[in-house]
Design a protein around this ligand. Structure first.
Ligand code: ADP
Ligand code: MG
Length: 251
């Protein structure tokens, strides 16, 4: 039992002194953040504050200029680290779905497990059907992706990511491209994932979701973490004037 506690006290993701610039633009300026196993961390902040860049640094879609990102204790910048292997354990869901539009739903879900994990096609399909079932889309397995609604596409994107059996799921404004009436079906799937214990980092403007689902809320402002805390702290008594100003727009 004591051993268990010690193990679970190890962050799944640890970010230290992370910096990233694009040309003269300093987008991330000394970011420090740890995400514990099973934790749901939401990142809020104005457009341009660096939220997407931070997520992209976590799975090395962007290369940091300075600082470190550790995943399961491995420094992603270390030369001997098999980045692809680690990245397989990190699922990402984007605002724009990023599905393969020339494939049906099931093939979208089996492609990575078959090509990257060398899973046999029938097994990959079994796994995929389980996840499609969980997001309510088992009946759409053979459907053309182009014929799905935005909410269905995003649920496929989540199922597809889960097919790689990730330890960590990153969400970058997963509902921002959706019509208001279908936002809920995607948030419901995410809420279920959180309930099942998935470790999640979620960039979102859905404050109700941030308030009710996250363990911790991070407010980013111009490339720094201006404030972080429990939902009660951030939404109930934000300390930083910029946090208050930002949240006031959502009242
Ligand atoms: P957010 O997700 O909070 O809106 P981003 O991380 O997307 O912020 O972007 C932060 C800033 O970095 C923005 O000013 C954006 O234009 C800029 N930026 C992001 N990616 C690139 C890139 N690949 N090249 C140049 N500028 C970029
Ligand atoms: Mg963004």
């Amino acid at each position: 039992m004591a051993m268990n506690t010690a193990t679970s006290a190890e962050p799944m993701v640890r970010i230290e002194g992370l910096r990233k610039s694009f040309g003269n633009l300093e987008v991330l300026r000394d970011i420090n953040l740890a995400v514990m196993p099973g934790e749901v961390v939401t990142i809020i902040g104005a457009s341009g504050s660096g939220k997407s860049t931070l997520l992209r640094c976590i799975n090395l879609l962007e290369t940091p200029d300075a600082g470190h990102v550790w995943f399961h204790g491995a420094d992603l910048a270390a030369e001997h680290v098999d980045v692809n292997r680690l990245r397989e354990k990190i699922g990402m869901v984007f605002q724009g779905f990023n599905l393969f539009n020339n494939m049906n739903v099931l093939d979208n879900c089996t492609l990575a497990p078959v090509t990257l994990k060398k899973m046999k096609k029938p097994e990959a399909e079994q796994v995929a059907m389980r996840h499609l079932e969980a997001v309510g889309l088992a009946n759409f397995a053979k459907a053309d992706v182009n014929n799905l609604s935005g909410g269905q596409k995003q649920r496929v994107a989540i199922a597809r990511a889960l097919c790689m059996q990730p330890d960590l799921m990153l969400f970058d404004e997963p509902t921002s491209a959706l019509d208001p009436e279908i936002v809920g079906e995607v948030l419901e799937v995410m809420r279920g994932l959180a309930r099942d214990g998935m470790t999640m980092v979620v960039v979102t403007h859905e404050m109700q979701f941030a308030k009710t689902v996250s363990d911790r809320v991070v407010f980013m402002d111009k490339g720094i973490i201006a404030e972080e805390g429990s939902p009660a702290e951030i939404f109930g008594s934000p300390k930083h004037p910029r946090t208050r100003e930002f949240l006031a727009r959502y009242l």
